[in-house]
Design a protein around this ligand. Sequence first.
Ligand SMILES: [Fe+2]
Ligand SMILES: [Fe+2]
Length: 497
Amino acid sequence: MALLKRSAWYDTARNNSWTPKYVSFEELYPRELSDIFDLPLEEWEKFDEPYKDTFRDYVHVQREKDAYAYSIRSALERSKLYDVAHPGWRNLVKAHYGGVSIVEASAAILQGRFARFSKSPAMRSICVLGMLDEIRHAQIHFWFAYEHIRKDPQFDWAIKAYHTKNWVAISVIHMLDDLEQRDVVSSTIMTNLIFEVAFTNLQFIALSADAERSGDHTFAHFLQSIQTDEARHSQICLPVIRMMMRNGKKAEAQEVMDIAFWRMYRIFALVSGNAMDYGTPLHARERSFKEFMQEFVVTQFERQIVDLGLDRPWYWDIFLRDIETFHHQQHIGIWLWRCTLWWDDCAGVTAPERAWLEEKYPGWSRTYGRLWDVIAENVAEGRLEKTIPQAGALICNMSQLAMSGQCGDEWDVKDYYLDHEGKRYHFASEVDRWIFTRNPDRYKDYPSFTDRELAGEIPEGLHGFLTFMGLQPGYDTGTCAHGYSWIKDYYPKEAAE
Ligand SMILES: [Fe+2]
Ligand SMILES: [Fe+2]
């Protein structure tokens, strides 16, 4: 039997709208879940996805992709790559699995909500395939991560991380809920445009380049297999943004984008910035975090938003300064608080690494470098207890990350606070505070780590603190990835002893 060409039946198959008989249209597509901007229904009917796909073609391509990624994995498992990998790299992979696996699973739910609540039949159809993408991403993450669990219990955090009150998990969940728990229009801009177009490129393409150079071909192919899906389904947002622009909703689209961009950026700076500038072995670093940001986010993303008729976020200058500073500040805190992590953290400050940092970030030595000098001295003198903070950090009520600022001569540490309904909220930046003011009711009741501490929710002492975060001291708590061997560049005699 001859098969019809796809173009002959595609439009009919995806236009599956009908007039509901038992409930009203508004009940079927509630405003707060579908479209808070009240875009006209005729506009939704015109939605035309930028790429066409059918279930048959989709399954065919995905099956091949999966088969390829899994075959590379089994070949490389036999080569024992993991056992000989650089500790920095091994831990970067662990941090990635814990940080990203469940996020993929949550993206499947999000695409499922688009498939249910979008007012456009074409968007609903294509989002079903987006949902299948994300289910595959979550499963492939779990599958690859759990391959290593026999050797290292920290890989268990691929599933565990977001079921705990670990501070990294709390911070990511707060950001993700903010982006994903909105109506279809806002969420597609916040996740497809910001998360997937602007930032997963960075994590997946840049990190896969570093993976290739580190000799970890499994991880490189694994990332590429996912990124090809992300690059495709991220385009789902484009017709929606154009619809907003045609209907006089530019300011609304801009605000949604500005909120999501900053929130995503700060988390990525923490995760990818740390991985690229400190965790990746020096010989494998293709570019610095700042250079990757400049290429993938500043140049490529900026071009895209201008094409769409949107403007750069109002805080663009703050952002450009931030990509040179924020992740260095956070890295010091992350390493000092290494026992609260599900991976062993790389200090990444041997003499050649410091030279690289100074070259990529002129002034690094006189700011962050001098703090590392103090840390190194404490390590060399055997005063490890002095390298673990004795008091919790002040946490930003938006990012849920420790407040940090510039140290050294360019001292710039500031609490951007706001008093609201009798309570004082603390923010790590002007932008975090601005986001709060857009919708205080959305954010005001969320307890930060500091709030939880003050409310007595967290048991006393380091042991209680770690247990609260789901860690088992001495079993899966993080430590220095290199067993402090990096101090030999500072104190060769002490290191030998
Ligand atoms: Fe994904
Ligand atoms: Fe995605």
